[in-house]
Design a protein around this ligand. Structure first.
Ligand code: PEP
Length: 250
C-alpha cells in the first residue's frame, strides 16, 4: 500500500495576518523533517502572508473554497486563477459549513472540482452526514451520493489529484468524534464506491482523511485504522501546541 498519511489544518475564519504568520512560522520550524504530508488552509486574506512562509517547506498551501468560474462578474468570490497566482496548491471543496450554512449543492461543488483539477490544484472533497441522517441509518447513502455527484465526469487520471475527507457533520467542532471503528467503516465504504466508479487500484490509492474533533489524544487510534489515511483538523489546527502533536503522531 502506497498511501501516505496526510494531515491538514483548516484555519476557517480565524486569525489576522500577524497571527497567521506566527503560527505558520512555528509549524515550519516544528514540522521540519516530519514524515507525513501536511497542509494549512488559511482565509483568503492570509494566504499570501502564509505563502511566503511555507514556500519550499514540507507544508502545502491550501484555500478553503473557490468560485465555480475562472473570472468575471462574481461579486465576493475568489477565482482559481487568483489562488494559483499566490501559490495555492490545494483547495478544500464541499466542506460541511459550505454545504449547510452557505447552501452549496453537489452540482456546484462538482463544477468547482472540475475547475480546480483543470488548473492543476489538488482537491480535498469533503463529504459527511448530518446527525439525523446517521440516526436514520443513511450515513453511507449520503456520503455515496456526495461522492458520486461531486466527482461526476472526473476522469481516472484527474482522480489522482483528489483527496476525500470524511467529516460527519455532528462531529465537526463539537468535541464528539466518530469512534475509530465507525469512521473506518465509512472510509471502507467510500473506498468501495471509488472502486466501483473507477478501479480497484484507484480505491487502493485514494487518500481518505477523517475530520471531526481530531485531537492529540484520539489521532493515533483513528490513524491506526486500515482505511483512515490522515486528518482534516479544524479547532486543533489553530495552535502549534495542539496541531503539531497531531501532525507528528506515529
Ligand atoms: C473541520 O472543520 O474540517 C473540522 C474537522 O473541524 P474540527 O476539527 O474543529 O471538528
Amino acid at each position: 500500500m502506497s498511501r501516505q498519511y496526510y494531515i491538514a489544518g483548516n484555519w476557517k475564519m480565524h486569525k489576522t495576518r500577524a497571527e497567521a504568520a506566527a503560527l505558520a512560522n512555528e509549524l515550519v520550524e516544528q514540522l521540519k523533517g516530519a514524515s507525513h504530508k501536511y497542509l494549512v488552509a488559511p482565509s483568503f486574506t492570509l494566504i499570501e502572508t502564509v505563502a511566503g512562509i511555507v514556500k519550499g517547506t514540507n507544508i502545502r498551501l491550501g484555500a478553503q473554497n473557490m468560485a465555480p468560474e475562472e473570472q468575471g462578474a462574481h461579486t465576493g468570490e475568489v477565482s482559481v486563477l487568483q489562488l494559483k497566482d499566490i501559490g495555492v496548491e490545494t483547495v478544500i471543496l464541499g466542506h460541511s459549513e459550505r454545504r449547510h450554512n452557505y447552501l452549496e449543492y453537489d452540482s456546484l461543488i462538482n463544477k468547482k472540482v472540475h475547475l480546480a483539477l483543470k488548473h492543476g490544484l489538488e482537491v480535498i472533497l469533503c463529504v459527511g452526514e448530518l446527525l439525523e441522517e446517521r440516526e436514520a441509518g443513511q450515513a453511507e447513502k449520503v456520503c455515496e451520493s456526495q461522492i458520486v455527484n461531486g466527482l461526476e465526469d472526473v476522469s481516472a487520471p484527474e482522480l489522482a489529484n483528489v483527496v476525500i475527507a470524511y467529516e460527519p457533520v455532528w462531529a465537526i467542532g463539537t468535541g464528539k468524534t466518530a469512534t475509530p471503528e465507525d469512521a473506518d467503516a465509512i472510509h471502507a465504504y467510500i473506498r468501495k464506491v471509488i472502486g466501483r466508479l473507477y478501479s480497484s487500484t484507484a480505491a487502493e490509492n485514494i487518500i481518505i482523511q477523517y475530520g471531526g474533533s481530531v485531537k492529540s489524544d484520539n489521532v493515533k487510534a483513528l490513524m491506526a485504522k486500515e482505511n483512515i489515511d490522515g486528518a482534516l483538523v479544524g479547532g486543533a489546527s489553530l495552535k502549534s501546541e495542539t496541531f503539531v502533536p497531531i501532525a507528528k503522531f506515529s
